[in-house]
Design a protein around this ligand. Structure first.
Ligand code: S3P
Length: 169
């Protein structure tokens, strides 16, 4: 089985959908943000605060490079991962990329106060989210499949993914 790679903006459901999907398929779930934290020896917020975003992006690329090929896992990546062309190419080789999207309102209500998301500390959350979404849209479109999770529950999204991978693997 190919890896199933979930990407998309913060708050689109990558982690919750990824965990449920991995459970349904009885395979391992890996979150690249967790791998980055292990590698960096600290939380994402601390990495950003102490070393800056550039350092975080280097760790992110290193972790993506080390992901195994076709290990049959569900992998969730951070929301900025596929904005980098080389990350995108590595991920395309390593699995089927499914991008989750959601409306700005849904994203804002899911991320709450955004305490664990350093990029949101850069200003008014709605403005930051709208601005980043606009910038990232062309990159998210490069995924193999796109699922809008705005009005959907976790199970519904998982079922859509199961349908997609059922026809692909
Ligand atoms: C980021 C999203 C975060 C995390 C980091 C940067 C981004 O992951 O990787 O804070 O650039 O959108 P989630 O999308 O899992 O919140």
């Amino acid at each position: 089985m190919k890896n199933i790679i979930l990407t998309g903006f913060m708050g689109t459901g990558k982690s919750s959908v990824g965990k449920r999907l991995a459970h349904e398929l009885n395979v391992r779930f890996v979150d690249t943000d967790e791998l980055i934290e292990k590698r960096g020896g600290m939380g994402i917020n601390e990495i950003f605060a102490q070393f800056g975003e550039e350092h975080f992006r280097q760790l992110e690329s290193a972790v993506i490079e080390e992901l195994p090929l076709s290990a049959g896992m569900v992998i969730s990546t951070g929301g900025g991962a596929i904005v980098n062309q080389s990350n995108l190419e590595m991920l395309k080789r390593k699995g089927i990329i499914i991008c989750l999207t959601a409306s700005v309102d849904a994203i804002l209500s899911r991320i709450g106060n955004g305490d664990e998301r350093p990029l949101l500390a850069k200003g008014d959350s709605r403005e930051v989210v709208s601005g980043l979404l606009k910038l990232r849209e062309p990159f998210y479109k490069k995924a193999d499949f796109i699922i809008d999770t705005t009005a959907k529950g976790i199970k519904e999204v998982v079922n859509e993914i199961l349908k997609i991978v059922g026809s692909k693997q």
